[in-house]
Every structure is written in C-alpha cells, then in structure tokens.
Design a protein around this ligand. Sequence first.
Ligand SMILES: [Fe+2]
Length: 500
Amino acid sequence: MPENTRILVVDDEIVIRALLVDVLAEEGYSVETAGNARAALDVLRAQGNFIILFTDIMMPEMNGIELIREARKICPTIIPIVMTGFATLETARAAVKEGAYDYVLKPFSISEIKVAVSNALERHRLANENARLLEITELFNISEAIASIHDERQLLRFVLTAALERVGALRGSIMVTTEDGRALEVAVSVGVPDEHAKTVVAMGSGISGWVAQHARPLLIENIRQNPGIIEVSRRLRDPSFISVPLEHKHPSTIGEHGPGVEMPRVLGVINVNEKKNGGQFSEGDLKILSIVANHTAAALENVRLLNDVQDAHLATLQSMAMLLEAKDAYTHGHSERVRDYSVLVARKVGLSQQEIEVLRVSAALHDVGKIGVKDAILTKCGPPTPEEWAMIRRHPTLGYDVLSRVPHLTKEHLQVVRGHHERIDGTGYPDGLRGDQLAPVTQIIVVADAYDAMASDRAYRPALTQEKIVEQIRRFAGSQFDPHIADVFLELVERGELHP
Ligand SMILES: [Fe+2]
C-alpha cells in the first residue's frame, strides 16, 4: 500500500492510539494521531490531505460526531470510521447516519481494522474514478454546447457561466483582444462591479494583459503575496485568481513562417476569482479552465469566420438589390431608405437588438423579388394594367423564394420580405395575413415601405407632400398599418427625426 495513504487516528486513550499506529504503520500507511477533536482539527488544517479519519465517539469537549462534521469542512473527501467503546450499536449507527462511513466496536481485532481500512480505500478509489469520469463527461458536454453556439456574445456568456460553475467561482469575466491587438476589453462578466465591467487593459499590463501577451495561464493562490500585481489585487475581494488565455492555433498559409506553420493568436482571456466558501483555486481548476479555453478559442474563431462569410454574402445580395433599383430613377435608393426608417422606428418601439438586426438586413433586401418582374412593367409610364399588377404583386413571394436559398437568412428575415405588402386588416398580399399574424418587424416595414413610396415620385404620379403623407398614414392606421407603429412613425416625422 502506498505510503501516501494518510490516516488520522483520534482517541483520548493513548493505548488505542498506539495500537492503531502499530497496526496501520505495519501495513505501510502513513499515520498521524491526536488525543482530542481540537488537536485533530489542527492537524487537518495544517496537513489537509488525509484519506481516512479513525475517531472515537465519546471524547471530552467535542465528540466524534461533531469532529466528523468539522473535519469535512476542512477536508470534504475524508472518509470517517468511528470506534465506539460504549458498546451500544445505536451510537455507532447514529454516527453512520451523521456521515461516518463505517464503525468498529471496541474491543476490536486487528483484522477488523484491516478490513475497515481496505473497504474505505476501495470507496476512495471508486469516488475518485467517478469524479474523474464526471469531470470528463461535463467537459465533453460543455465542449459540445460551445461548438453549437453561433453568436459570439451568447457563446462567451455560456462559457463564462460554465467556467464559473465548473471551478466553483463567484466572479469572473471574459476579455477579448481589441481589433488592433493592443488591448483587452471586457466582453462579458459576472459579479464584477459596474465600474469595472467596461475595463480596458493594455496588452501586457495587469494579470489579464500578462496572460494574453505571454499566452500562458496563471494561477495565483494568494494575490496579495504578489506585489507586482498589487494594483489589481486592491479591486479583488478574494485573494485567489485564475486567468487563462483564449489561444487559437491555426495553420498559417501565408507570411514569413511559411505554409502550415502553427501561428498561435490570443483572442482574449478567461478570468475567475473568489472561490465559493473562501477556498483557493487548485492546479486541477487551472487545468479544467485551460481545456474550456482551448475549445472556446476554436469556437470563437469559427463564429467570427462564419460571420465574416455571412457579412460578405449579405453585402453581395444588398449590392444586387441596389443595382436593381439603380436601373429605375423612381426607386433609386428605396431599399436603403426603407431600411433606415425601419431601424429608426424599431429602436423607438423598443425592439430587441436581434430584431433590429433582422429588420436591417431584410429591409435592405425586401424588394429583391422585383428582379423577376419585367423592367417594362416596373418602369412603365402610367398605371399598370390588371395583368401587370398581378405580375408586380408576385415580387414578395419571388423574393422569399430566392432568399430561402441563402443559408444564414432565418425565417424571421424571410417573413419580413414576404410580408411587406400585407395589411393588418388582412386585405394585403401575398397571404392576406392579419395584424396578429404579423411580427412587429413586418408591421414596421409595412409603414416604412408605404411612407417611402408616397414620398417618392412615380412614373404615373409625383411624390406626395409631407402633409398628405401624414394624413394618409393616419387615415390607414388600424386598417393598413398597426396603429401604435403608425403613431410612433408619425411622431418621428413630426419631430423632424424621420424625413425623406
Ligand atoms: Fe415591395
């Protein structure tokens, strides 16, 4: 049996202590003794890493059951075995109920002690194995979840929450490297006072700056013993701190290092501070955070690349929409104006950032289906014939069909494009949806699109005056337009914040 299996024996009778030391030392265990519970707690505090605690139950001052309770606070994984000379089995059973793993009745035989120790060690081994398995499973689950998130902010929030939970920390932040690579700024934080939630630190300065610059993790068990970082420590309530770099290694295909050379880049750092129950972070915690950080860095890089590709794709689509309008002097710049009006109203109405983003993209593309309508019809002088109207009315569904093939446009985007000629009374086209079937983003574009159409010259009529437009929007609020959105729109027009 390895010598590092440490056993603490607590009994007020010196004979019992001596007997157990003899038996256990003979078996190769490392044994410490204490004559009372207080002395035992002192030993635990000083040395900590015991696996088994043999304790008498009846002792002066603090009994064995109380000792077990206190010992667990210092050393949560310790396995207590009680010895009772009071011969009542009930006392021993009560001790087991209170958390003792096993009991031996005095007077005991040597073999009884050996069996009790061997059982306790088996339990220790299984508990360790379980803990390791649980850790691997949890890390696997975290990695899987990280890889499935495609929004940067959501990704960082998830990682920080998981990291804090995994290492039992109460505070933390993820800082990301600024675009110029010269500083780090807080992207998400938990439990950090407001005045530090927007902190920016120069690369190389403070703990985070050092970790990012050197691409090396840092575990500080007692920050106050590190005078070099005393500035940071004043802000921290708790002295224990871990900072790990979000380092992405990727094969570089250009530059002086030649193709395929691993060029690490630090995308940011994960910081955690204040371990629950006043404890200190361990090397194990550092290892876990480093694994989480590796997965996060890879996922973050992917999310950013995906966003770049999507942005480029959308920019191409928007250019196409602009080119389409540029052919027609009457609709030139229409989609961009509708986008700007829509975003203005969406902000005023209080839509979420995500909804505003959906509106920004889909408003710029809303008339893209006109690509399938003959130019002669779109640019005709004079009102269209019924057949021509039927052709024009197909453009929301044509746009919807074309954009359905674009992988990163969501159904929310597509519904705005399809629904921009609907009316809340259900008499619009193409689906005749009613107000309660239309999302707020669609209801906004309905007003914005109509406003810009009225404010623009058409081949068959000049632009309406501002007064006339306001009158029309007011008149059709409740039938064509959502009344609340029409009100907000008119308020912006009246204040001069929205104009053609
Ligand atoms: Fe349209």
